[in-house]
Design a protein around this ligand. Structure first.
Ligand SMILES: [Zn+2]
Length: 93
């Protein structure tokens, strides 16, 4: 798992832990994202992407129901994966 992610210019640390009851959560005050260690690594990244989407939506003060946020995050994640976009974009840096 990555140790940090930069979201809208701000660095958030990422911690995989067994001390949360949900799949993932973010603590804006601490700039920390927690991911449940009981998930497979693939599922951890899926949840990380959900948390990133949630942080962006909150930061931009976009009104969106959580179920819509979950759907948006899932389809964006699928497009990135299906087209290997993350790898391609990183290589072109
Ligand atoms: Zn959520």
């Amino acid at each position: 798992m990555v140790k940090k992610v930069r979201i809208l210019g701000i660095d958030w640390s990422v911690e995989v832990t067994d001390e949360i009851d949900c799949f993932g959560e973010c603590h804006p005050g601490k700039l920390k994202i927690f991911i449940n260690s009981k998930l497979s690594e693939a599922a951890q990244y899926y949840i990380l992407f959900h948390e990133i989407t949630e942080i962006i939506i909150n930061e931009l003060e976009i009104e969106m129901e959580h179920k819509d946020l979950t759907a948006l995050s899932a389809v964006l994640y699928a497009v990135i994966q299906d087209n290997a976009l993350a790898t391609t974009l990183t290589k072109e840096k």
